[in-house]
Design a protein around this ligand. Structure first.
Ligand code: PDD
Length: 272
């Protein structure tokens, strides 16, 4: 694992007064690794930097971190899987306000091998709907994931891959992925504002659609529009693009992965 600037054996290194541990006071990234190479690492590092800025967390040089993560992937001989990394505001006596400015942040990262065992991207999966009860800064990739955890658990208990979240009538995203719908050949996805995390996969899909001459509207849509869509898919790191064939009891389209979704699955695969 990476602990600050050292690659070392994984052991119990977290201080019980680490603010990430006690308050969820920190930020994180999950980066996909394919063929021994992190995919879209620069984009993940840029988002991390933005998250840090938004929570006023002062972290070291990103360039150095990027190199360290690459070193970690090769030290662990990781061919396919993910890098998990987080930066917390450090370890200090437990008071809610920020610790003294000289308290060093704590950066940790490790890798996990993950080979595809099922072809969920080709076969599709189901999802459930649940109210989005998160705070109003979902654009920051913070360690505070309890509402996401609760939502995902609800999905799993219903044999579904994801919980699609809605604030009232408006669909925002899913517990750990973004959501796209397709209607009459046009794609719709929630705009990248404070209600969603602007996924690196989401952004790449929007770029790929431009090249494929597919129109993407970054605008909100309702739960009814989701259920009435021709196609629905979710996107996230390592999950890539997964067709959603059923939401609660509603079958989407004809209940098969749609043509546009299949095209995007193929295009995304060609990136690695
Ligand atoms: N989650 N929205 C939420 C709430 C997420 O947690 C994620 C990713 C995404 C997709 O972002 P990206 O395409 O950059 O992975 C959208 C990661 C994978 C996780 O928490 O495990």
């Amino acid at each position: 694992m990476l602990f600050n600037d050292r690659i070392m054996d994984r052991e119990n290194v977290v201080d019980i007064e680490d603010r990430g541990y006690q308050f969820g006071d920190g930020i994180y990234e999950v980066i996909g690794v394919y063929d021994g190479k992190p995919l879209m690492l620069d984009e993940h590092m840029e988002r991390l930097e933005r998250s840090a800025k938004e929570i006023k967390l002062n972290m070291g040089l990103i360039d150095d971190l990027k190199t360290k993560l690459e070193e970690l992937v090769s030290a662990n001989n990781l061919e396919e899987g993910i890098i998990y990394m987080q930066v917390s505001r450090g370890a200090a006596a437990r008071w809610h306000e920020f610790p003294k400015a000289d308290t060093p942040t704590v950066t940790v990262a490790y890798t996990r091998a993950e080979n595809r065992t099922n072809n969920v991207e080709d076969q599709g999966a189901t999802a459930v709907l649940t109210e989005d009860i998160r705070w109003l800064r979902c654009d920051i990739k913070t360690l505070n994931l309890l509402p996401n955890v609760m939502a995902k658990q609800e999905a799993v208990e219903h044999g579904a891959i994801e919980a699609i979240l809605h604030r009232g009538e408006i669909v925002t995203e899913a517990s750990a992925s973004n959501v796209f719908i397709v209607k009459d050949g046009t794609l719709y996805t929630h705009p990248a504002d404070n209600y969603i995390l602007n996924g690196i996969t989401r952004r790449k899909i929007i770029q790929l659609c431009e090249a494929l001459n597919l129109k993407v509207n970054e605008q909100t849509y309702t739960v009814d529009e989701l259920l009435d869509a021709d196609e629905v898919f979710i996107s996230a790191t390592k999950l890539d693009v997964v067709p959603i064939l059923k939401v609660d009891d509603h079958t989407i389209g004809n209940g098969e992965p749609g043509e546009i979704t299949k095209q995007i699955v193929q295009e995304f695969r060609s990136l690695y």
